[in-house]
Design a binder for this molecule. Structure first.
Ligand code: DQA
Length: 146
């Protein structure tokens, strides 16, 4: 059976395309998901995609991921910088996790320079727009297949 990977988009990413296009570009979340699904198909893995604006829903989703998914690709969005709960959920599942960001969080406001998720992720990709997700999924697929 094909390895399963969970993709999580955090808060406000449902607004992509309309939201600060100078920072995040014109691409919509549906277009991102379509590209991710195409890559997954090519690499023979299965993706489940989830977006939520609610911290607890994201925590619940990660909490139920154990034994179901081989790796996790997450853009925690604003929760990157605030959520001990999401960090702890990733730690608790033990699923290898790749953190991605469309923008380069280190070239923006100071409060974005800290990621609470980074220390429990296998790695972080930040600043390449949609390609952050593509590179991130490539990494998540490798982790899922090892
Ligand atoms: C983001 C960066 C975060 O700082 C911000 O809160 C987001 C999106 C990114 O993809 O660049 O919502 O995660």
């Amino acid at each position: 059976m094909a390895a399963k990977i969970l993709v999580i988009h955090g808060p406000n990413l449902n607004l992509l395309g309309k939201r600060e296009p100078d920072i995040y570009g014109n691409i919509t979340i549906d277009e991102i998901n379509k590209k991710l699904k195409a890559l997954a198909k090519k690499k023979n893995v299965t993706l489940d995609v989830f977006q939520s604006n609610h911290e607890g829903e994201i925590v619940d989703k990660i909490g139920k991921a154990k034994n179901k998914y081989k790796s996790l690709l997450i853009n925690p969005a604003a929760y990157t910088h605030t959520s001990v709960a999401i960090r702890d959920a990733i730690m608790a599942t033990g699923i290898p996790t790749i953190e991605v960001h469309l923008s380069n969080i280190y070239s923006r406001e100071d409060f974005r320079h800290t990621s609470l998720v980074a220390s429990v992720a296998k790695g972080q990709i930040s600043g390449f727009g949609i390609d952050s997700y593509i590179y991130g999924l490539e990494a998540a697929i490798k982790l899922a297949k090892t």
